[in-house]
Write a protein that binds this ligand. Structure first.
Ligand code: ADP
Ligand code: MG
Length: 480
């Protein structure tokens, strides 16, 4: 490995508030253009921004969750630049004194390796509006509905060394902000997106190479592809004796390539200065303590507990902890079923997830509640029905909403466990298949499976399989 990749990510997480960061206009998406832009968002003269208290709570929760330093005093600054979708001529952001700094995020790679990535800072800022070209000939439409939407910009140290690590970091952060309830994580709508800063250097070198910044990546797949392409491009440039130019690039998913967008500004180009319209954010020890009490169980802790307490595999625990709603559903199912938790995990990640997928439903809208699934699993566990019949019951529950007991009783699906009944079925099958008995006796062990299948079929799937096995063996031993 001659070249080492270096990646630092800047993530923009849209904070899930009802109103904007400095005005009371709604943040809901999908409204008529400019119907949700107040005088403050339009940057009309004479208006003053008022800070939304919720965004401070959210930033502090985030800071606590990544074990960061939450500043007792942080300051909003004006980042000056001209753009048609930025009517004030500046973006309100934080610069020298961000609210959160020096945090840590633990990421797990596919091979199980754990890495701690340092988070440089996380600061509050407002989003800009949008330029639209659709439906306009020789002109551009400006929609300021998004202007003033609160963002938390999360900046990492340049410590990731592969696209895989960058994606793992992004996924871990994505799960964290959703656990904290501070961002809906909707990447398609751009609520969670990132800029990837990428450079390469000779392996063993400690100096950073010249980086490029790939803007606005809003899917894990795009991040991975964009980084891989960019690394290849930079290595080729250097190996051809040229120099990488520091610039902002754009990833085009259709062409699957990155291309130049603009040369990179330096911080001093923005003429940052503290915003005189806003007071510093002051955070007391008591406030921090009260926020700490609001922290939910975090994803890593939950995953570890699922492995230790429920004895789930790492993969199942990881999958179920992806969404709090999934984890909660699992725990409720286990409690109702009273059976081995791994059994519930298998049903949820198998049958339930497949059914939800087919119906394109989230677990919150599942026609099958955790209570119903728990009761179904209890009926398998107490051997009222077999696992196979349970799938049939599951489908019926999904369609009709009936309880498992109703379905089992009405359709007569109860498992047959009476030895004498099963024995009768076994004898009948053997009588009907003398040839197969001969084959079995002459050493063709595989025929045993055929007999089991026949008995199960005769019982309409209801015979207890282990009893069938036992009684078949006994009868076959007796046969001449
Ligand atoms: P800005 O992009 O606003 O100028 P910074 O210079 O602080 O801000 O860097 C932003 C991001 O770029 C950070 O995540 C940082 O880790 C990353 N970064 C900085 N230098 C490099 C580099 N040479 N290679 C890769 N990433 C880098
Ligand atoms: Mg940047």
């Amino acid at each position: 490995m001659e070249w080492e990749t270096v990646i630092g990510l800047e993530i923009h997480a849209q904070l899930a508030t009802k109103s904007k960061i400095f005005s009371c206009a709604s943040t809901a998406v999908g409204a008529q253009p400019n119907s949700q832009a107040s005088a403050i968002d339009l940057g009309l003269p004479g208006v003053l921004p008022v800070l939304n208290e919720r965004v401070v709570e959210m930033a502090v929760l985030f800071g606590l969750a990544i074990r960061a330093k939450v500043a007792p005093s942080s300051v909003f600054a004006r980042k000056n630049y001209f753009y048609p979708d930025l009517p004030k001529g500046y973006q309100i952001s934080q610069y020298a004194e961000p609210i959160v700094s020096a945090g840590k995020l633990e990421i797990r790679l596919a091979d199980g390796t754990i890495r701690i990535i340092d988070v440089t800072r996380a600061h509050l800022e407002e989003d800009a509006g949008k330029s639209t070209h659709e439906g306009f000939a020789h002109s551009t439409g400006i929609d300021l509905n998004r202007a003033g939407t609160p963002l938390l910009e999360i900046v990492s140290e340049p410590q990731m060394h592969s696209a895989e690590e960058a994606v793992a970091y992004m996924r871990t952060m994505h799960r964290l902000v959703r656990y904290l309830g501070i961002c809906d994580g909707n990447m398609q709508e751009g609520s969670f997106r990132c800029d990837a800063n990428v450079s390469v250097r000779k392996s063993g070198s400690t100096q950073l190479g010249t980086r490029t910044e790939i803007k606005n990546l809003n899917s894990f797949k795009f991040i991975e592809r964009a980084i891989e392409h960019e690394v290849e491009r930079q290595i080729e440039i250097i190996e051809n004796g040229a120099k990488v130019v520091q610039e902002t690039r754009l990833y085009d998913p259709d062409l699957d390539e990155t291309r130049t967008m603009r040369s990179k500004e330096d911080a001093h180009d923005y003429r940052y200065f503290p915003d005189p319209d806003l007071l510093p954010i002051r955070i007391s020890e008591e406030y921090l303590a009260s926020m700490a009490r609001l922290l939910p169980e975090l994803p890593d802790r939950k995953r570890q507990r699922f492995v230790a307490h429920y004895r789930l595999s790492e993969q199942d625990a990881d999958l179920l902890c992806e969404e709090t709603a999934w984890a909660d559903y699992f725990e409720q199912t286990v409690e109702i079923s009273k059976a081995d938790p791994r059994f519930s995990a298998r049903w949820i990640t198998g049958e339930l997830f497949a059914a939800l997928n087919r119906a394109n439903l989230s677990i919150e809208n599942s026609p099958l509640s955790s209570t119903s699934l728990g009761k179904l699993i209890a009926r398998i566990d107490d051997e009222t029905i077999s696992g196979k019949i349970a799938k049939q019951v599951f489908d019926r529950m999904w369609e009709t909403g009936e309880s498992p007991d109703e379905i089992i009783n009405l359709q007569g699906l109860r498992q047959v466990t009476d030895d004498s009944v099963i024995e009768r079925l076994v004898i009948q099958v053997l009588e009907n298949n003398p040839q197969q008995i001969e084959q079995y006796k002459s050493g063709k062990d595989k025929v045993f499976g055929f007999f089991v299948g026949q008995v199960m079929k005769l019982s309409e799937g209801k015979a207890n399989p282990s009893q069938v096995n036992q009684l078949l063996k006994a009868q076959l031993d007796k046969a001449p």
